[in-house]
Design a protein around this ligand. Structure first.
Ligand code: ATP
Length: 276
């Protein structure tokens, strides 16, 4: 196992709760993502939040992206640990927000121009990301003419071009076939190798794929009170925070086929069944 140590927090959820009209959706969620340092390697990390369908994952994503204010609690981002503001986190939503009347190239250039004041640099970065994500051949196409995988790659490139290091993916694997899934996994891993500070946060209900890619994993679920009654609002119990890097299960070639990984995913599924 590659040795590693943690340096500073890059994302902190501090007692985040969310209610809509008195209905508690999220309850007292705390989690902290630390920048991980592997000596001799320029590598960021992937962390995951798992939650069953309808449990509040998209709401949590919008809160982490600064697009929704929680009823209680705070989200802090970056090395400075500032309160999150819209645009501080690259957010790839389930409905990728590409502009349909602009070509793929122009969509990416628009994103780059938000981060790079120098127009020539914005163009250079756009071309570099098109190349890196194997989209150069499709640069003149409009979003409607791209395949699902190409749109996914474009949406990730777009968010990387305009944001700093932290990128949040809401259900990145839903509706993808096996080949496309492999492609998206490859891109996620590639993003983490671009810069040591790059952190990809996956929020998903695909437990197997999320676990295979992550260094850290948090399970969202419901807790019971002393009498066995389910408490309202999804939360993260202390026993549902996993350091996969420490367990030797951080992503490596064929991790999904290893008996320890298979046993661990079975354990997670059992935990999930019990917290619903
Ligand atoms: N603006 C809102 N007003 C009221 N209720 C809302 C609002 N947004 C979300 N909800 C409710 O919060 C709950 C969680 O919704 P959310 O979309 O976050 O679930 P999810 O876990 O992302 O589901 P899925 O995996 O099926 O996409 C749902 O019951 C939803 O109706």
């Amino acid at each position: 196992m590659t040795p590693y140590f943690y340096k500073f927090p890059v994302l902190t959820l501090d007692s985040v709760s969310m209610e809509f009209n008195g209905e508690i959706i999220l309850r007292d969620i705390s989690a902290q993502v630390l920048d991980v340092c592997r000596p001799g390697m320029e590598q960021g990390q992937v962390v995951g939040f798992y939650g069953r369908s309808g449990l509040g994952k998209s709401v949590l994503c919008r809160i982490m992206a600064g697009l929704m204010t929680p009823s209680r609690g705070t989200v802090l981002v970056g090395q400075e640990q500032e309160a999150v503001a819209p645009g501080a986190v690259g957010f790839v939503q389930q409905q990728y927000p590409l502009f349909n009347h602009r070509t793929l190239h122009d969509n990416l250039l628009l994103a780059a121009a938000r981060k790079y004041a120098d127009a020539a640099e914005a163009r250079r970065q756009t071309d570099s990301y098109l190349e890196r994500f194997q989209l150069t051949a499709h640069r003149r196409k409009y979003p409607a003419h791209l395949s699902g995988g190409q749109r996914q790659r474009a949406a990730i490139a777009q968010q990387l071009l305009c944001s700093d290091h932290l990128i949040l993916l809401d259900e990145p694997f839903s509706g993808l076939d096996i080949a496309m899934m492999d492609e998206v996994k490859k891109i996620i891993l590639e993003v983490t190798t671009m810069d040591e500070l790059n952190t990809v946060v996956i929020v998903s209900h695909d437990i197997q794929t999320t676990t295979a890619l992550c260094d850290r994993l948090w399970l969202l679920g419901y807790e019971r009170d002393a009498s066995g009654q389910l408490l309202p609002g999804a939360t993260i119990s202390p026993e549902h925070q996993y350091n996969l890097a420490e367990m030797g299960l951080a992503w490596h070639e064929n991790v999904e086929a290893e008996p320890e990984f298979v046993r661990f995913v079975e354990h997670l599924k059992e935990e999930i069944r019990q917290s619903a």
